[in-house]
Design a protein around this ligand. Structure first.
Ligand code: CUA
Length: 419
């Protein structure tokens, strides 16, 4: 029902791009057909109960009965079949349309991706994103670019993106209402679909009433670029749409739609990852960490020490650049400080005015998440990792001891610095 609200971030009525439009058209066709049935059946019913209702001192005879009239019965069966066909044919076409990634030369990586290290054989393929559902977060892998992120996918405006959908544990469902919905992630198999935020140049020209689809000019290109910037360049809300356990309702995700240059810059950022807080090489930092941790001072170094040590964060989280933060059980934290939300979209720090990060809110969100992760997201694995979760941390005396306020404070500052 949330998707039926007209002007929300997750409205299915405000469509961006061909997949969402196709699904919207199908929905409207079904609405009109079923509305017709409702009026015909409901109208006949209302007519009968009003006209033939029993009145005081009613001595009219029983009206003639239509039961067993072959013409009416066969006619109704025929009409029902016809209506089902009218809905079924476009439905099947819509399913195939969503499943089969189109061969759109304008979307081939080679024609728009200006970054480095794209293998030759990838240049005639669209961008591929592997979406993996976990209880209760999302991994987004970009195999052609060698990067992985979590909970906030980044995609180029107006380009076909091929999705491969898998699950790590139970069934989840990928739903990004304004751009496309909704395909399940099923353990043991790979589903696929494609998404596209906004029209490509050719489709956009068609809608603008440009008669010749091959027409091209700097003015048209500029208008099209403007359309992508104004209409599409945005931040979209998604949600797991299949009940998957305790925190299903808190398994959200985001899609940031960017232009080609921003996309290439984002890829470089993700690949480069992070250095140490004070600019030492990682070898030097770990030399100090292993032999004389007291020599590493300052809040960020302290935060990183908690991350590597007592907090055990690195056993489950990757931070690109850091040679010992290699765990893959939890979300990849590379550039987590640049994301607009944490905890799979549940804790937001994006300012609604200008789309920037509200730093105070971001700090509060990190603090809250680490301090009471079981409250923010009941059942989550960070809390109960069977020996590794922060509910079972031990202090230097071997006693169970949660992170102190000071440790959480410094860890939050460190995570905030990962951008
Ligand atoms: Cu994943 Cu609901």
């Amino acid at each position: 029902m949330g998707g039926c609200n007209l002007d929300t971030r997750m409205s299915t009525f405000v469509t961006k791009g061909p997949v969402a439009e196709t699904q919207y058209d199908l929905f409207m066709l079904t609405v009109w057909v079923t509305l017709g049935i409702f009026i015909a059946v409901g109208g006949a019913f209302a007519f009968a109960i009003i006209k033939f209702r029993e009145r005081p001192n009613d001595d009219r005879p029983m009206p003639s009965q239509g039961h067993g009239n072959p013409l009416v019965e066969i006619g109704l069966i025929g009409v029902s079949i016809l209506l089902l066909v009218i809905i079924a044919v476009p439905t099947l076409k819509g399913i195939w349309y969503t499943h089969d990634t189109p061969e759109d030369p304008e979307s081939f990586m080679g024609s728009w991706y200006k970054g480095e290290e794209l293998a030759e054989e990838e240049s005639e393929k669209p961008l591929i994103v592997k979406v993996i559902g976990y209880q209760w977060w999302w991994a987004f892998e970009y195999p052609q670019l060698g990067i992985t992120t979590a909970n906030e996918m980044v995609i180029p405006a107006g380009k076909v993106v091929h999705l491969e959908l898998r699950s790590f544990d139970v069934i989840h469902s990928f739903w990004l209402p304004r751009i496309a919905g909704k395909v399940d992630l099923i353990p043991g198999r790979t589903n696929s679909m494609w998404i596209q935020a906004g029209d490509n140049f050719r489709r956009w020209k068609g809608k603008q009433g440009v008669a010749n689809p091959n027409e091209d000019s700097p003015a048209l290109r500029a208008d099209y670029a403007n359309y992508l910037e104004e209409e599409i360049h945005n931040y979209y809300y998604g949600q797991c749409a299949e009940y998957c356990g305790d925190s299903h309702a808190r398994m959200l995700f985001r899609a940031t739609v960017v232009d080609n240059e921003e996309f290439a810059e984002w890829v470089i950022d993700e690949r480069t990852g992070h250095g140490t807080p004070d600019g030492k090489s990682w070898d030097d930092w770990y030399g100090a960490y292993d032999n004389n941790p007291e020599s590493l001072t300052g809040d960020l170094n302290d935060g990183l020490k908690v991350f590597m040590g007592r907090g055990k964060c690195a056993t489950c989280h990757v931070v690109k650049g850091n040679p010992r933060a290699l765990g893959v059980a939890g979300p990849n934290l590379t550039n987590v400080g640049s994301r607009m939300s944490i905890a799979a979209g549940w804790l937001n720090h994006r300012s609604e005015e200008d789309g920037s990060i509200d730093l105070e809110k971001q700090y509060d969100n990190f603090y809250k998440w680490i301090n009471e992760t079981d409250v923010v997201k009941p059942g989550n694995r960070m809390w109960k990792a069977g020996g590794g979760g922060i509910g079972e941390l031990i202090d230097e005396n071997g006693e169970l001891a949660l992170l102190t306020d000071d440790e959480i404070h410094k860890l939050s500052l460190y995570l905030q610095s990962l951008k």
